[in-house]
Design a binder for this molecule. Structure first.
Ligand code: 9D3
Length: 242
């Protein structure tokens, strides 16, 4: 997968993209990252890329021209068509289903603004997918782009080591028999006692059926207590099979 990232803060990307699973995926040739400075596409001599909003109000608005020229120039660097993604608080809230779809694309192009919004007309012209990573205020779209890259790249074939399994995560195949998405259960490792805290006895029992039942119950209890909003879709006896 080719991933292009367009930003006014290109220095934010390389340390993250060289680390952990996204870094290993690049080393393995599974993903390649290309960071581009939108300011390089400014046409005025002061390399100005934003301006005051028509109608007044606080903040600045990212101008159409540098964003549009950056996208078209960067897209021409490779023949593969790019799935365009703008990071914005007004975007679709990111969920794992969208991450899974993004992982099927051969090329992603992320466009991040900072402090400011985009001129609506460049969004109309580029018709990107608009994504948000949640209902809290960031100072820009860069960290949101990196979050999405991390979530997508770890799903690419070969990106995870054999020790991990994307299919066993909360929010992916955490759909159990009842059709409910569940949080993960608690985990323990050595020592068996730490600061007076014991590992639950059942985990030491060697009874694999009892362990599976305990974990399932812990997952249900945690999900009920911490995330009562999580999709609870008990299979309807009237619903057609999946
Ligand atoms: C006063 C209105 N604000 C919109 C909620 C202005 C504004 C705040 C923060 C405009 C841009 C930003 C910068 N944030 C992002 O670019 C952003 C973001 C976010 O703030 N939260 C969650 N997801 C995202 S994706 C991009």
């Amino acid at each position: 997968m080719r991933i292009d990232l367009l930003t006014l803060f290109p220095e934010m990307f390389p340390p993250v993209l060289a680390s952990s699973i996204v870094g290993r995926a690049a080393d393995a040739g599974i993903a390649d990252y290309h960071v581009h400075d939108i300011r390089q596409y400014a046409q005025n001599k002061h390399a100005k890329v934003d301006d005051r909003p028509f109608g007044g109000g606080p903040g600045m608005v990212l101008m159409c021209q540098p964003v549009y020229d950056a996208v078209l120039s960067v897209e021409a660097l490779d023949a593969r068509p790019a799935t365009r993604i703008v990071l914005t608080p007004q975007g679709e809230p990111l969920r794992q289903k969208r991450v899974e779809w993004l992982a099927t694309q051969e090329r992603l192009l992320f466009i991040a603004g900072h402090y400011e919004g985009f001129d609506e007309r460049v969004l109309e012209e580029l018709n990107p997918l608009e994504l948000s990573i949640g209902d809290y205020v960031l100072s820009g779209g860069e960290l949101a782009a990196l979050v999405i890259v991390d979530a997508v790249v770890r799903l690419l074939p070969g990106a995870l080591g054999h020790e991990q399994s994307a299919a066993e995560d909360s929010f992916s195949t955490a759909t159990t028999k009842g059709g409910q998405t569940l949080l993960d259960c608690p985990h323990y490792t050595r020592p068996r006692e730490w600061r007076g805290r014991e590992v639950p006895e059942v985990l030491l029992s060697g009874d694999h059926a009892a362990i599976a039942a305990w974990r399932d119950e812990e997952r249900r209890k945690r999900t009920r207590e911490r995330r009562p909003d999580l999709a609870s879709h008990p299979a309807s006896p009237l619903a057609p099979p999946d």
